[in-house]
Design a protein. Structure first.
Length: 575
């Protein structure tokens, strides 16, 4: 075959040489196109040693091109292959059916290439997989051992069946906890593990106290945006695998908390919590939350502001089936911002709170099928205050704010919440389609501000000492979301103040502003909000409390200055 290709190449070159009309220096290389492959029911979860190359049954699927060291940087000289667009084995790979033999088995070898290191592969590991189509299976190759020392060359293979059947309730998703953590471990974050919500409350007894090397059964949970955490038996919170922003990679090895420093200071700054990504778990989805040692972390040695690599028990979210697109369901909740009231809010005739909704409180989220719905707001005497309708499309998330309009009459506004962590920012306002201006943060600390007061025509919200919010970076201005907010107005373009998940906000103040006057007069009668006011459940932190908690929030000014009832309230939209 190689001889035939060589001869063919010579003939082609000869033909080009005979052609009189040529374009000088014109070259075109047709890249390898990924093959359309049928996947088997076996997946490789490649989370152990640095396995970037894959060989199955003697066939090489990756580029096998070693990286080269360019100065102080390792340049990856890989190329696409028919199986991998970037030429390297990633963290999860479905074995193509073509490699499964008649006996249902295939022989895999994983390894990596060192700097300018030709074959053979380094750190190789070979094993046989077996497909059972009635029991889809994952092979987890994870670091496993004494996590207080460097275990980067030590790993173990765990075989685990996974579910691909959807939840019984189509509005729910399924999730389980897989504990492949190592022990002893740094920070003593080790042993039995439990899955908890963002505030530390238990998801289910089924996903609690899972021993190392074991997996829980799946449990069903209503779909939505969750910031799940994992907690060991001693109450330590397990950090998530680094999520893309630099601050999440560096931790305090004594507790797993995020740790940051600056060039001007060798003393690390710690917000006081671990990294935990916000993820929308789709209706019909099936997920595994895995705890295992991860080597992607850095830490600051004592007295240094230069980080060094380390390993730590950490968790990650794995989708057991391709996440379905939610075009069927939406979420709504009601928020009572009408002073001196108790409300009954019903949708399509069904009350959406278990009891009358108290002033400044929010109901739990309700799942609705897409389409047109009727909304009715009544007082405790069943007097109708609002009777209207609204449209809901798939994946919508709305808060129905009830607040006083002109003359104190109750009005409602449907305010959309963005729980995706995705946002658009066009620095130059070029007016293009935004293809290259889409950003994602896995751990948002976003605040939407509302002015729902009865007697403050315009409000500007600031940080301490009247300083404006600048957002997650100085490049992203969030001033329209926090300045000159008229009563009942809702900002729909760049609606959030996007705070850094590392620094947060120590204080939030309200000012009575006017057009062209910023921030205006400080509303001293309105109590300032502190960062710790954003902590949903302080009992989660039995030691020192963090400075704040990340999430997606609405902060609304409600009440009246005249009767000194004006205050800012916080509504958290993720769990």
């Amino acid at each position: 075959m190689q001889v035939n290709r060589y001869i063919t190449g010579i003939l082609l070159l000869a033909g080009l040489g005979a052609c009189k009309k040529q374009k000088a220096d014109y070259r075109y290389v047709e890249p390898d196109q990924p093959q359309v492959l049928t996947g088997s029911t076996v997946r490789l979860q490649n989370l152990g040693r640095a396995g970037t190359e894959l060989v199955i049954n003697g066939d090489t699927l990756t580029s096998m091109i070693p990286p080269s060291l360019e100065g102080l940087y390792l340049a990856d000289n890989t190329r696409p292959t028919a199986y991998f667009t970037n030429g390297r084995l990633g963290s999860s790979y479905t074995i193509p059916q073509r490699f499964i033999g008649a006996d249902g088995t295939a022989r895999l070898t994983i390894g990596s290439l060192g700097n300018a290191q030709p074959e053979p592969l380094l750190y190789t590991k070979s094993f046989t997989i077996k497909e059972d189509v009635s029991h889809p299976t994952d092979y987890y190759n994870v670091l496993f051992g004494d996590a207080t020392v460097d275990i980067m060359s030590t790993d173990s293979l765990f075989t685990l069946q996974r579910s691909i059947s959807p939840p019984n309730n189509p509005q729910h998703f399924k999730v389980r906890l897989l504990n492949l953590s190592s022990s002893p471990a740094k920070g003593n974050v080790q042993g039995n593990m439990s899955l908890v919500f963002a505030d530390g409350t238990t998801v289910s007894s089924t996903t609690s106290n899972i021993a190392p090397g074991k997996a829980s059964e799946y449990v069903e949970v209503p779909y939505g945006a969750y910031q799940f955490k994992v907690q060991d038996a001693a109450g330590h919170i397990v950090p998530a695998v680094p999520t893309g922003f630099d601050e999440s990679k560096t931790i305090n090895v004594n507790n797993g908390n995020m740790s940051i420093t600056t060039a001007a200071s060798a003393v690390p700054i710690e917000p006081g919590f671990t990294c935990a990504p916000l993820h929308t778990f789709q209706p019909g989805g099936v997920y595994t939350i895995l705890v295992s040692v991860n080597g992607s972390f850095n830490y600051y040695p004592s007295g240094s502001n230069v980080s060094s690599p380390t390993v730590f028990n950490a968790f990650r979210i794995i989708t057991d089936i391709t996440e379905p697109l939610n075009v069927t369901y939406g979420h709504v909740q009601a928020v009572n911002a009408l002073p001196n009231s108790q409300l009954n809010v019903s949708i399509d005739g069904a009350v959406i709170s278990n009891s009358s909704l108290e002033y400044t409180k929010a109901s739990a989220y309700q799942t609705l099928i897409t389409g047109k719905h009727t909304l009715k707001v009544q007082d405790v005497k069943s007097n109708t205050m609002v009777d209207t309708s609204f449209q809901l499309t798939g994946s919508d998330n709305y808060s129905i704010w009830v607040f006083p309009g002109a003359g104190g009459k109750a009005v409602v506004k449907m305010v959309a919440n963005n729980l995706s962590g995705k946002f658009y920012y066009n620095e130059n306002n070029a007016g293009d389609d935004g293809t290259y201006d889409q950003y994602t943060t896995a751990m948002p600390f976003w605040i939407r501000f509302l002015n729902l007061s009865t007697d403050v025509p315009e409000v500007t919200f600031t940080q301490a000492n009247g300083q404006p919010f600048l957002g997650v970076t100085n490049r992203v201005s969030t001033l329209p979301a926090s300045q000159h907010l008229a009563q009942g107005a809702v900002v729909n373009i760049d609606p959030y103040v996007m705070l850094s998940p590392s620094y947060g906000a120590s204080q939030i103040l309200a000012y009575a502003s006017r057009p062209n006057v910023t921030p205006g007069n400080w509303l001293q009668a309105v109590p300032a909000l502190k960062g710790t006011d954003f902590i949903a459940r302080p009992a989660l932190y039995p030691g020192q409390q963090p400075q704040f908690e990340t999430g997606v929030y609405t902060v609304a000014l409600v009440g009246s200055l005249k009767d000194q009832s004006a205050k800012m309230i916080i509504i958290k939209h993720n769990q």
